[in-house]
Design a protein. Sequence first.
Length: 140
Amino acid sequence: MRASHQHTKRGVVKTIALGAALSALAGYVAGLLTAPRSGKETRQVIKNKATETYEAAEKELKRLHTELADVIGEVNDRFSTFRNPKEVDEALKKGRNAKQKAREVLSVLHDGEAVDEDLKAAIKDATKAIERLRDFLHKS
């Protein structure tokens, strides 16, 4: 149970960290807009920070996508050992959906058309699916 709690805690920390990073970006942009710079300089700084934030979020989503694939594979390999196969199967379905959503968001992000809300939702869903599947692995 302790390992399960650590994974849940880690997922919450990651979600909070991503939210804090995006909030910090918004605060940073607000500060830049009131700073004594030319419009051109301010726009460039905002563009650079937005690019950095998207790159960090993309990297995190890629990592989660890979981790989710690994966890799904592990659960599939051990499926027959679980006491509650219906619950595990439901968690696997949600995990596969989260993995597909992450793949789609990464594709759109690569094309430069991603929406912040979709990116946040994909990270949240993938994190949640990983935690749920890991819970089953640690209970078996």
